[in-house]
Design a protein around this ligand. Structure first.
Ligand SMILES: [Mg+2]
Length: 207
């Protein structure tokens, strides 16, 4: 029998939804910034990039945020608030569980940070049920940098068409496609599950 491909999942907007407006509003209340200014400081910002490539520790990031906006809470308050922005996308985590039950190797591949991952791992048990995770802050590189895609290939022991990759960001998908991976720009769970089914992956529980 042919070896199963590995299925590689982006985390944000694929397995968990997130909304930085939630944390921005709470942090703003204890700072001199408006919620919109806090969001600009945190969401897809140069500061977040440094955290998510491992150039800053969580504590250093907290220090920078305090210096910028005058946040007056302590580190634990900050981490709790900063990370409490996620909700599970259940049709996708259920599909991943079905793949796993059918012995398909699955991986998390995410631009993320230590504060968010600690929170996500504690809140969402599905996170423990992967064959591995390639996380930007641990690798010192972010998608779509080819370096971090090479880490996925090494970890999965697969390359080219033997990697199926779902991500909601076009530039990340394009970098996978450039390596010959089978890629899917994730938009809705229904579309992604149907696409994997068409590729012959076992996404449906057998009766
Ligand atoms: Mg994403």
């Amino acid at each position: 029998m042919k070896e199963q491909p590995a299925v590689v999942f982006d985390l944000g907007k694929v397995l968990v939804d997130f909304d930085y407006r939630i944390s921005a509003a709470k942090i703003a209340r204890q700072s001199r910034f408006t919620p919109a200014q806090v969001r600009e400081l945190l969401d897809h910002s140069p500061l977040l990039f440094r955290l998510e490539t491992g150039l800053l520790t969580g504590e250093q990031f907290y220090g920078e945020v305090c210096a910028e906006c005058g946040f007056s809470g302590n580190l634990a308050d900050f981490c709790g608030t900063f990370a409490d922005i996620f909700s599970e996308i259940k049709p996708m985590t259920a599909m991943q569980a079905t793949l796993r039950a059918n012995k398909v190797p699955t991986y998390i591949f995410s631009n993320t940070n230590s504060i968010a991952m600690r929170h996500i791992r504690a809140k969402f048990p599905f996170c423990a049920n992967f064959d591995g995770s390639v996380l930007s802050f641990e690798q010192g590189a972010m998608k779509p940098d080819p370096k971090i895609y090479a880490v996925v290939e090494r970890m999965a022991g697969r390359s080219g068409q033997d990697i199926v990759y779902l991500d909601d960001r076009a530039e990340n998908v394009a970098a996978g496609l450039a390596r010959g991976w089978r890629t899917l720009l994730h938009q809705t769970p229904e579309q992604s599950i149907a696409a994997l089914r068409q590729w012959g992956l076992p996404v449906d529980l057998s009766p």
